[in-house]
Design a protein around this ligand. Sequence first.
Ligand code: CTP
Length: 397
Amino acid sequence: MLDNKRILLIISGGIAAYKSLDLIRQLRKAGAWVTPVMTGSAAQFVTPLSVSALAEERVYQDLFDLTDESEMGHIQLSRSADLVVVAPATANLMAKMVQGLADDLASTVLLATDTPVLAAPAMNVRMWDHPSTQRNIAQLKADGVQFVGPNEGDMACGEYGPGRLSEPHEIVAAIQTTLSEGPLAGRRVLVTSGPTHEPIDPVRYIANRSSGAQGTAIARALMALGAEVVFVTGPADAARPEGAEVVEVETAEEMRVAVENALPADAAVFAAAVADWRVASASDSKIKKQNGALPVLEFAENPDILASVSKLSENRPGLVVGFAAETDDVINHATAKRERKGCDWIVANDVSPETGIMGGSENAVTLISESGAESWPRMGKDQVATALAERIAQALG
Ligand code: CTP
């Protein structure tokens, strides 16, 4: 899948550097050539010998190495790749990139390169959250650097939060997307997925049966065609799509905010099964049984995210796709829904219990657009996703 692609892999110093060995192994397995560059501190965490053995290539470390300069100078090194990958990217190296510092081989290569750069940050959660780091990330994004991760989880330092290096398979997926020459290359697509959970009190919530399987499949299919995907998901069972920018939310209101923050996008696919209502005033403490008296829940309507994005005057994605889960009179209801919500397409499906679609692996959909209703045969959710991604690619041209 990465046949003969040339990756210049810059390994900077952090405990996560050990994962770069597996990353190199997976890249080689996918058919890529890997030229490793290590910073001085990276070599404290992982030995250049191991890196070189897995890459089957020499490791470049010093800026002033006469042998290097006579064989391949740093300028040539920086331009000999299809993609420069910085993994792990430390807070320090990213700060240098922002400032344009060139005081070692890694930073010099990053300043001299004219090839795209993909960075996989890894650091302690407080370093990640620090305003300086967040400012630097925003600047690097504005400069065109692409990012994968960081993930949230347990850290080597014993703390918990965002800052963990993405897993090697996630970095490989992001590399594939970045290098893809598919019809959606350079396009940014937003996908919402999964259910939302609307709290009743701190331990109870209202939800629905969405597994998130169709949303994940759509995100993967879009990425396979080269799209950059922002995946906003509620608490779904389905795996998250590797290589997408994943934003985890809980409630419809959180999903609305995450969607707004993800714009602009070329297209948006609203596959989430958003709860239509929330409990108007969720209790801050657990509601107790009261001698047989039943609690009364008052509901409030949730924001309709699809409708509000469809009606945006600024920043409206060029193609807005909604889903309609109906149990009867599917085409008529879905056609009316398209009008009401103001979206371009509705992917309608029959979720009456006898179909087994909700939570199952198959889907039977009808695509409703300006030009009418087109029913697709029943097929796997992956195939529906691929067919939909192809149609989106055609529509975006
Ligand atoms: N949707 C949304 N925000 C909501 C509710 C729904 O973005 N608050 C999106 C869903 O992601 C889906 C589409 O709207 O793409 C259809 O949602 P659905 O719940 O079926 O439509 P409703 O407007 O609730 O219509 P009805 O309940 O009358 O079927």
